[in-house]
Design a protein around this ligand. Structure first.
Ligand code: TXA
Ligand code: MG
Length: 352
């Protein structure tokens, strides 16, 4: 199969994508977070094609994307709960997925047999036009399973060329990290995956919100993931990733020490750093991510993909404070690093 890339801002391209979906096919499309790989949510056979193309385990449920709140009625069981109403007024369209009790109209293939469904309204024109033309769309990120999520049409092409008929190109994604996944079926509501809408913002609207313990650490033995996706190895490039945290100068100096030791052993090394810290690394190989957490989040997945392209064997990444958007950033980076973190402020042999 030839994979075509069309400009998503052309109405004809969106119509073509909708036609493919209506005849049971799958299509990649841009959202403000990452690119999605979509099928019509009520078409179980088409949804199964998504799992095949990505190589995704069947027990990992998909998010259903909608273009207006009317589309929710057929997807959830009962009325829209008060908290969900408040949150969608505040954050939709935008990077927030809400988990609610599901209606029987949503096939098991979408929810992986769970009795809940995750729903979100993306804030990307191309995505919204496509959903209006095709109806609610079930879509995971459009990467091969385990790879970093795609933030450009080219990333999707590199992973799925030959497996899908069409990619709608909408340029680079504005947020760059996947949506916040919020479980509204428990009290208090709980963030299972942090994203562009922060726990702090959610708590401001509905009063209370917890963050699942597994967000910044690996799952313990025998522990089950509340969000099935969190149990899989993710975002990991081929090389070893080490996060170095600490105050700016100590962090940079630790990165340099680790880098030089690995380079001396013949390893191909690279550093992922804030642009403002470039000068701290001399002539070492640095991929700059930007000047603030928004820019760093937008660039992270592209940078991790570049690490594979250049064959980096040891990758040293600056850590950042795990709050607000930094929580989502450190969650993704932590998983890319299998939570291998070095604290540059901790002196060797230091006692409490
Ligand atoms: O920003 C995003 O969310 C992107 C764009 C395309 O919308 N989508 C995305 O989908 O990241 P995916 O499939 O890569 O991640 C969905 C996450 C997974 O961790 C999955 O386990 C979780 O949401 N999830 C989906 N439905 C769920 C449910 N009913 N209960 C618990 N977790 C759920
Ligand atoms: Mg994904």
């Amino acid at each position: 199969m030839e994979t075509e890339i069309l400009d998503g801002y052309e109405m004809e391209a969106v119509e073509k994508a909708a036609a493919i979906m209506k005849s049971g096919g799958i299509v990649a499309f841009p959202t403000e977070t990452v690119y999605g790989l979509g099928a019509i949510a009520t078409d179980a056979a088409a949804v199964k094609k998504i799992f095949e193309a990505k190589g995704r385990p069947g027990d990992n449920p998909l998010i259903v994307h909608i273009a207006n709140t009317d589309m929710m009625k057929d997807l959830i069981d009962g009325d829209i709960p008060l908290d969900a109403n408040l949150l969608c007024e505040e954050f939709w369209p935008g990077p927030l997925s809400m988990i609610l009790p599901r209606s029987r109209k949503v096939p098991d293939a979408v929810t992986a047999g769970l009795n809940t469904v995750a729903i979100r309204m993306p804030s990307n024109t191309v995505a919204l036009e496509l959903i209006k033309a095709a109806g609610p769309i079930a879509a995971p990120s459009a990467n091969s399973s385990g790879r970093p999520s795609p933030t450009t049409a080219k990333h999707v092409f590199n992973d799925l060329n030959g497996q899908i008929p069409l990619i709608l190109d909408g340029g680079s994604c504005r947020v760059g990290l996947e949506s916040t996944v919020l479980d509204l079926t428990c009290t208090p509501p709980r963030v299972l995956r942090p994203g562009g809408v922060t726990p702090e913002q959610i708590a401001e609207v509905i009063g209370e919100c917890e963050v699942d313990g597994s967000v910044l650490r690996p799952l313990g033995e025998g522990e089950t993931a509340r969000s099935p996706g969190m149990k899989y190895r993710h975002y990991a490039p081929g090389g070893n990733v080490t996060i170095v945290k600490g105050s700016r100068k100590r962090m940079a100096s630790k990165v340099c020490t680790l880098y030089d030791a690995a380079a001396k052993n013949g390893k191909k090394c690279a550093i992922l750093a804030a642009s403002g810290n470039r000068s701290l690394y001399g002539d070492r190989k640095v991929r700059m991510l930007g000047n603030n957490i928004q820019e760093q989040s937008r660039e992270l997945f592209a940078a991790l993909r570049e690490m594979d392209d250049m064959g980096a064997e040891e990758i040293f990444c600056e850590g950042t404070e795990a709050k607000e958007l930094g929580l989502a950033y450190m969650n993704r980076l932590g998983r890319a690093a299998s939570f291998h973190v070095v604290d540059a402020d901790e002196r060797e042999g230091k006692r409490q």
